[in-house]
Design a protein around this ligand. Structure first.
Ligand code: SF4
Length: 707
């Protein structure tokens, strides 16, 4: 009998920002199983249901396996060689750039790309073409947290690490259903609470989610009222003498303005705005004030809002006023949604930034990168960010768009706008692992990409930890790594656009790209000039910064009360409550809330392939408070039309006492093309936060009717 040889490969989960390490077992051709990597500091051997079932997602049906091109919009795409595919892409992009300038093309990427993929795309757009029209779905996810950190601390980085979540006496969990969205991290804080039941959790969420159900205090605030809540808590903290005047004077600026502002946020007013009991607000402030160490965790409920940056800043104000930052167990800590939202920002792969947390508008920063990239075309102004980018495609200002590893027709707000934009584009390139996404039908050129288990590179998780992603099996069909596709396109485009200075994209492998990225970070806040694949191999995943000569990464930032701002001080920001973009009205009386389910991921292009993952929730539904159903004569299981001025979707209704009267909930995962009329982003608004440009995907005003 033949003995089958088994191989073990250490890699990282491709789903969420927890960034769990995993050991993949394969026979060289097929992935047999995965288990949590006990040596990985993020998950210490744990995996959630999504991570554990990754091997079941590997079937080739539904995969994009070869390049395919269509000659016109009326024809189906036909298989072509890589040479034809790349030459066509280069000719179409170069013709458009030469005729209309560099800003007539755009790239829309993904927080699921690896850091090396991102690095090449960013260099290609800003260093070769000369456009900053390169944004990503991280704009829909993290950009408010980025601006919160930058405005308050001068740098985009969570101060602490995962251990702080376990060390905190009080956890504030705001706008995050961690039990579903970050399950392994949730298990860690759950275990810490079981070991120390005196630890407290305050969960701030309009819904009584599984996370909220476990809280010591659940503040079920009205949608969009977080700023009022945090200002009200600060009012009470100052009134009750919990402010740390010594820290405020030594390490911050702007306190007096905030103090004057929050004077108006009296407990009665705030309780009324937020729809909570005054006593609960007072208790929340008391616990915050009297706890030795407070860590605040926050995610999409704060970020995906037209006041996303303000919500981040109002929460950070609480930590600065009480010196709850810069020591074990204390600090604000944003949870990243996607596996590499952080890595993408590190290489500057967004419209508003340059490599290694540099700014496009800073002449010194541009000069540094011009030298690194041997480029004289680096743009001096930010490009178009997600919503604006697709608006520009729709209006014809951007004529060719390259989409990689994301599904904007599903995930962008106001889906109809994105569909209209892609129909209007002169040329749409889609670089994807799957043919089944909502965006695939709009692609003129489909480039087949490798996926988890086949890819090589690195990612950075929510705690600033860089981990390696390694291939366990060969790439199927003619699929190629995302970095390879970007590099091949860049080399050919370089030969056409600047034939006198070729050779800037001669990367043999992802290790060479990572090495160049590390060099660009020297002296920056995220300095990883001491890191390499060799060190990651020898020492395992590492926190950044990790400068030359370091033996380990930095566990905590701002421990000395010094920040990355020009004067070294953290900044308070006086921010007022404004509320949601959509207001409920007699015509649209319901708050629609959106969110994740435990066992699904994004648009289900991967998790939708695993029947086991549909056992938790098998199909999309509208959840509604039983009293609202009774009042309107609605029975469970009836089909409801949920609509507003942007669109309508049809879904069965189910009763849920997780929701307050006046709110309904629809999960974000089901799409319109394959799962009936269920795509919730037919209803969400394209209005954005004016500072972070992040759209308000979490909330819309709607009406409901029985069909
Ligand atoms: Fe993957 Fe996130 Fe689950 Fe960890 S918690 S296994 S990273 S989906």
């Amino acid at each position: 009998m033949n003995q089958r040889t088994e191989f073990e490969t250490r890699s990282t989960c491709c789903y969420c920002g927890v960034g769990c390490g995993m050991v993949i077992r394969s026979d060289g051709e097929k992935i047999i199983s995965v288990e949590g990597d006990a040596s990985h500091p993020a998950n210490l051997g744990r995996l959630c249901t999504k991570g554990r079932t990754l091997p079941l997602t590997m079937a080739n049906d539904g995969r994009a396996l070869y390049p395919a091109l269509r000659a016109s919009r009326d024809e189906a795409r036909q298989r072509v060689s890589w040479d034809v595919a790349l030459d066509t892409a280069v000719n179409r992009f170069a013709d458009i750039i030469e005729a209309h300038g560099p800003d007539s093309v755009a790239f829309y990427l993904s927080g699921q790309l690896l850091t090396e993929d991102y690095y090449v795309f960013n260099k290609l757009a800003k260093g070769l073409i000369g456009t900053a029209n390169i944004d990503t779905n991280s704009r829909l996810c993290m950009s408010s947290a980025v601006m919160g950190y930058k405005k308050a601390f001068g740098a985009d980085a969570p101060p602490g690490n995962y251990e702080d979540l376990e060390l905190a006496d009080l956890l504030i969990i705001a706008g995050s259903n961690m039990a579903y969205a970050h399950p392994v991290l949730f298990r860690r804080i759950e275990a810490a609470k079981q070991a120390h039941p005196e630890k407290r959790w305050i969960v701030i969420d309009p819904r009584r989610t599984d996370t909220a159900a476990m809280a010591d205090l659940h503040l079920a605030i009205n949608p969009g009222t977080d700023v009022a809540l945090f200002n009200g808590m600060l009012h009470l903290l100052l009134w009750d003498g919990y402010a740390d005047r010594r820290y405020i004077d030594a390490s911050t600026t702007g306190f007096d303005d905030v103090k004057a502002l929050v004077r108006d946020y009296t407990p009665k007013l705030v309780a009324d705005i937020c729809g909570i009991a005054e006593q609960d607000l007072i208790l929340a402030a008391k616990w915050f004030g009297e706890s030795k160490n407070v860590t605040s965790l926050y995610c999409m409920g704060l970020n995906q809002s037209v006041q996303g940056t303000d919500k981040n800043l109002a929460l950070i104000n609480l930590h600065l006023a009480t010196a709850q930052i810069g020591r074990p167990g204390a600090g604000p800590f944003s949870l990243t949604g996607q596996p590499n939202a952080m890595g993408g920002r590190e290489v500057g792969g967004m419209a508003t930034m340059l490599a290694a947390h540099r700014d496009l508008q800073n002449p010194e920063h541009r000069a540094e990168m011009a030298k690194f990239w041997a480029s004289d075309v680096i743009p001096s102004q930010p490009g178009l960010s997600a919503v604006g980018l697709f608006d520009a495609v729709k209006s014809g200002k951007v004529k060719a768009v390259w989409i990689a590893c994301t599904n904007p027709v599903h995930s962008m707000p106001d889906q109809q706008l994105v569909e209209a934009a892609l129909k209007n584009a002169e040329f749409v390139v889609l670089q994807e692992a799957f043919t089944t996404t909502d965006t695939a039908p709009f692609a003129d050129l489909l480039l087949p990409a490798t996926s988890w288990g086949e890819k090589e590179g690195s990612v950075t998780n929510s705690e600033r930890r860089i981990s390696r992603v390694r291939p366990a099996i060969a790439a199927p069909g003619e699929t190629k790594g995302d970095w390879w596709i970007a590099t091949q396109f860049a080399k050919r485009l370089e030969a056409r656009l600047s034939p006198l200075s070729t050779g800037r994209f001669e990367y043999e492998n992802t290790e060479a790209i990572f090495a160049e990225h590390c060099l660009t970070t020297e002296g920056r806040d995220l300095d990883i000039s001491g890191l390499s694949y060799e060190i990651l191999e020898a020492k395992g995943p590492q926190l950044w910064p990790f400068p030359k000569g370091a033996t380990e990464g930095l566990a905590r930032r701002y421990t000395d009360g010094q920040f990355e701002t020009a004067d070294g001080k953290a900044k308070f920001h006086a921010v007022r409550h404004l509320g949601t973009a959509d207001k409920t009205s007699a015509r649209f009386p319901f708050h629609l809330l959106t969110g994740r389910l435990r066992d699904q991921w994004h648009g289900m292009s991967r998790t939708g392939r695993v029947s086991q993952l549909l056992e938790h929730v098998a199909s999309a539904a509208v959840s509604m408070n039983p009293s609202d159903m009774e009042r309107r004569g609605i029975k469970a299981g009836q089909l409801l039309k949920v609509s507003n001025t942007r669109g309508a979707i049809l879904l069965p209704v189910e009763a849920s006492d997780e929701l307050a009267s006046g709110s309904i909930f629809i999960p974000m995962h089901w799409n319109t093309r394959f799962w009936s009329e269920a795509g919730v982003n037919r209803l969400t608004t394209a209005k954005v936060d004016p500072i972070s440009f992040q759209p308000e995907l979490k909330h819309a005003a709607v009406r409901v009717e029985v069909v």
